[in-house]
Design a protein around this ligand. Structure first.
Ligand code: PEP
Length: 251
């Protein structure tokens, strides 16, 4: 099944980028201004660059945060709220990235609260789900994915203003990916899980993330249930990120 939406190619710079990265961002914006990109484009730089990029002129590029606190404000040293991201120019926010789950011990309750915070602030959340290598090897991938969705998206908080990104943890930053057939099967399964929560949600693009690069992007983005890509390392290189954007499948 193909959805009617344009694909979304999202870049996650993680904890990379200094003020001199502005020139790469401006090249991205200027190049996409000249072309008609076949996909919607989102960049999630570190929060230190968000306002700088927003005020430099984002053209066709949407901007997003990589995480947010669930509270709107308060005594939470070092944290950033969804409202602050919005105020700095973001329209999207990534929630539940595996690096947050792993290094910051974020569990499903907190992730659900962060989703609510994103909606409260008027941001579009991208919810990351994915299995670890041990879970995959134990044959638990589908159980893990449905558990991650069910525990966060109950009837009370299910909204259609949400994008899911399937990111196998073992594929992030490793250069390894599932086969295209495996990606297709897993995305199809995720869509079936989403159908049980909301038909609108099930019709939204589901992104694939994990070692997407200019060489494998076209094949992955052509898969019927894949609605775009979440790109880490390759989004740091403007030329590579542009190549991935140009590989999007026009649906
Ligand atoms: C990510 O961090 O979301 C990601 C997909 O990283 P990479 O593309 O580097 O594997």
């Amino acid at each position: 099944m193909k959805t009617n939406s344009r694909q979304l190619i999202a870049g996650n710079w993680k904890m990379n980028g200094l003020v001199d990265s502005l020139s790469g961002f401006q090249t991205l914006v200027a190049t996409l201004d000249k072309e008609e990109p076949p996909a919607n484009v989102l960049l999630c730089p570190p929060v230190s660059l968000l306002a700088t990029f927003a005020s430099a002129g984002r053209g066709k590029v949407h901007l997003g945060g990589q995480d947010c606190h669930d509270a709107a404000k308060g005594a939470f040293t070092g944290d950033i709220s969804a409202e602050m991201l919005k105020n700095a120019g973001a329209t999207f926010v990534i929630i539940g990235h595996s690096e947050r789950r792993q290094y910051h011990h974020e569990g499903n309750d907190l992730i659900a609260a962060k989703l609510k915070a994103a909606w409260r602030a008027g941001l579009h959340p991208i919810l990351c789900i994915g299995e670890t290598l041990a879970q995959r090897e134990a044959g638990e991938t589908l159980r893990v994915l449905s558990g991650q969705l069910d525990s966060v998206l109950d009837d009370k908080i299910a909204k259609d203003d949400l994008t899911i990104a399937y990111e196998p943890v073992w594929a992030i930053g490793t250069g390894k990916t599932p086969t295209n057939e495996e990606i297709e099967q897993t995305h199809s399964f995720i869509r079936t899980c989403l159908t049980k929560i909301s038909a609108e949600l099930a019709a939204k693009p589901v992104l694939y993330g994990g070692s997407v690069n200019p060489q494998n992007a076209r094949g992955i983005l052509a898969l019927p249930h894949v609605g775009g890509a979440l790109v880490g390392g390759a989004s740091l290189k403007t030329v590579e990120f542009l190549e991935i954007i140009r590989s999007a499948n026009v649906q």
